[in-house]
Design a protein around this ligand. Structure first.
Ligand code: IYR
Length: 222
């Protein structure tokens, strides 16, 4: 056994056999392939304890120098959700009526999106993922490394955890998002990264009939 370096502990390897590995890889693909972004939510409550565990999972994501440069703001307050909806719709109105290019609007057509965002009030939880680009250490700004990549990874983990719990989500990007930092009274080192409504799907919810790019279009082997 290799000598232990100061501050290091043994890695607990999962040690699957190759047969198990293939099966698990295939099973996980089939499971994740069922995940879909939903825009129609039920107002059925989701226990806070579940949201806490989903966030703990998200927070296991790797990050530059293990700075964990994220804060997850979980909102169930009807009052705050209304404020968020109102501000988001104001910005989105501008997006759909001038700020987005004709090509962008055309690319969004199959999804039937517009500036009206009822899910921001109906979904039992809104998780706003905040990126911390720097920390204050002894009153001085200290930049986090790869904060954008890190918080993107944590958001991916969060979406997988939500799906694993049988819940649904939408990766919503109201733009610009600064109103969220204001409504949530966040410190100046935090910038909103994604707004993710989480909940149960509405009854008879429908999703766009999408196909995913096949492996040969998304991977190159050398
Ligand atoms: N932020 C707008 C527009 C929008 C952009 C993308 I990229 C989408 O995949 C869907 C919508 C909105 O949320 O309506």
């Amino acid at each position: 056994m290799a000598d232990s370096k100061e501050g290091f502990i043994p890695y607990q390897s999962l040690n699957f056999s190759e047969v198990e590995m293939k099966q698990r890889a295939e099973d996980f693909f089939r499971f994740m392939d069922k995940r879909r972004s939903l825009r129609v939510f039920s107002d059925k409550p989701v226990p806070k304890e579940v949201i806490e565990t989903l966030i703990r999972t998200a927070s296991t994501a790797p990050s530059g120098a293990h700075m964990q440069p994220w804060t997850f703001c979980a909102v169930s307050s009807a009052e705050i959700k209304s404020k968020i909806r109102e501000a988001a719709e104001k910005e989105e109105y501008e997006n759909y009526h001038g700020r987005m290019s004709d090509r962008w609007l055309k690319d969004l057509e199959p999804f039937g999106t517009d500036h009206i965002k009822p899910f921001l009030e109906i979904a039992p939880w809104l998780i706003i993922v905040m990126k911390r680009s720097y920390e204050f250490v002894d009153g001085e700004k200290k930049n986090n490394y790869y904060s954008t990549e890190s918080v993107g990874l944590a958001a991916g983990f969060l979406l997988a955890a939500i799906h694993n719990a049988g819940l649904v989500a939408l990766t919503h990007t109201p733009s610009p998002m600064n109103f969220l930092a204001k409504v949530l009274e966040r410190p100046e080192n935090e910038k909103p990264f994604l707004l993710i409504p989480v909940g149960y799907p509405a009854e008879n919810a429908e999703v766009p009939d999408l196909t995913r790019k096949p492996l040969k279009e998304v991977a190159v082997f050398y």
